[in-house]
Design a protein around this ligand. Structure first.
Ligand SMILES: CCCCCc1ccc(-c2ccc(S(=O)(=O)CCO)cc2)cc1/C=C\c1ccccn1
Length: 240
C-alpha cells in the first residue's frame, strides 16, 4: 500500500489523529465540555461552527472489560459487521480495497428529519501501534476514517448532501496478570477506548437538530458497538 496515491495523506492524518486521541480532555479549561456520561463512558464536545455550520468536535472515552483493542478495531474496520452495529446506516459499499488494512467506503445514512439525507466517502485505515507506556504490554490498535473523493461518487451529485468527517478509534489494552500459573482469561483484560470525531454536515442543518442528533446518537453508538464486540468475542479465543 506504500505505492498508493493516498499513502502520504493516510500516514499524515493517522499520526495527527493518534496524537490528538492520546491527549486527555485535560482540565475543564481546555474547552471540552462533558455532555453525556454512562458508567465508564464519558462524552465530551467542543462547540465549533464553520461558515455557520455546527462541526462540534467530539471526544469519547470508555473503559470496557473482556475485549482487546485489536478485537474492537477488527469489528469496527471490517465491512461485513457494519450493518450489525451502525444503526443510522442505510447503505454501505466498499469502493476500493487499497490493501488488507485500507479500504475506501461510500455510505448513505438514514435521513434525520428535518435535515436532508447525508452520504459520505472515506478511506479507512487499520493500524497496530507500539504500546509506548508499557513496553511489554499489548499493542495499541487504531482505525482512522477520513473523508476523501472518489470518481464513482462525486459530492452532491445525487439526492444526498455530502458530509465530511475525520474519525479515530484508539484502543489501549491492559492485561492484569492472573494468579500464578493460571491462563489469562477475558476477566483479566481491560480496554481503554478513545473515539474522536469531527463531522461537517456538508449542507446547512439547524444547529439545534445537529446537536440533538449527536447528543442522542453518539452515546447510543458507543454503547451498542462495545456491547456488540463483547457478544461476538465472548466464546472466542482472545485476539491481541
Ligand atoms: C443532519 C444529520 C447530519 C449527521 C448525519 C450523520 C453523519 C455522519 C455519521 C457517521 C458517524 C460515524 C461514522 S464512523 O465512525 O466512521 C463508523 C462508520 O459508519 C460515520 C458516519 C452519522 C450520521 C447520522 C447519525 C449519527 C450521528 C452520530 C453518530 C451516529 N450516527
Amino acid at each position: 500500500a506504500t505505492l498508493h496515491r493516498l499513502w502520504p495523506e493516510i500516514e499524515k492524518v493517522v499520526k495527527q489523529e493518534v496524537a490528538m486521541a492520546k491527549l486527555g480532555v485535560g482540565e475543564s479549561g481546555t474547552g471540552w465540555q462533558l455532555f453525556a456520561e454512562d458508567g465508564e463512558m464519558r462524552m465530551y464536545r467542543r462547540e465549533e461552527e464553520v461558515d455557520g455550520m455546527v462541526v462540534d468536535p467530539l471526544k469519547a472515552v470508555h473503559v470496557v472489560k473482556g475485549i482487546t483493542g485489536r478485537e474492537l478495531c477488527h469489528y469496527f474496520f471490517n465491512p461485513q459487521y457494519r450493518y450489525d452495529w451502525e444503526t443510522t446506516l442505510e447503505h454501505m459499499n466498499v469502493l476500493e480495497t487499497i490493501s488488507e488494512d485500507t479500504l475506501i467506503f461510500h455510505q448513505t445514512h438514514k435521513r434525520i428529519w428535518p435535515a436532508s439525507q447525508r452520504d459520505v466517502v472515506f478511506w479507512s485505515h487499520l493500524r497496530r501501534l507500539p504500546n509506548d507506556q508499557d513496553r511489554d504490554g499489548p499493542d495499541i490498535w487504531t482505525v482512522v476514517n477520513n473523508s476523501t473523493e472518489h470518481p464513482d461518487h462525486p459530492a452532491n451529485a445525487g439526492k444526498c448532501v455530502r458530509i465530511f468527517l475525520t474519525v479515530c478509534l484508539l484502543c489501549q489494552t491492559r492485561v492484569d496478570p492472573p494468579k500464578a500459573g493460571a491462563p489469562v482469561s477475558r476477566d483479566d483484560i481491560t480496554c481503554k477506548i478513545t473515539y474522536c470525531s469531527v463531522v461537517n454536515p456538508g449542507g446547512w442543518a439547524p444547529a439545534s437538530v445537529l446537536r440533538a442528533v449527536y447528543k442522542r446518537e453518539y452515546p447510543k453508538f458507543l454503547k451498542r458497538f462495545t456491547a456488540y464486540v463483547k457478544n461476538q468475542t465472548k466464546d472466542k479465543p482472545i485476539m491481541y
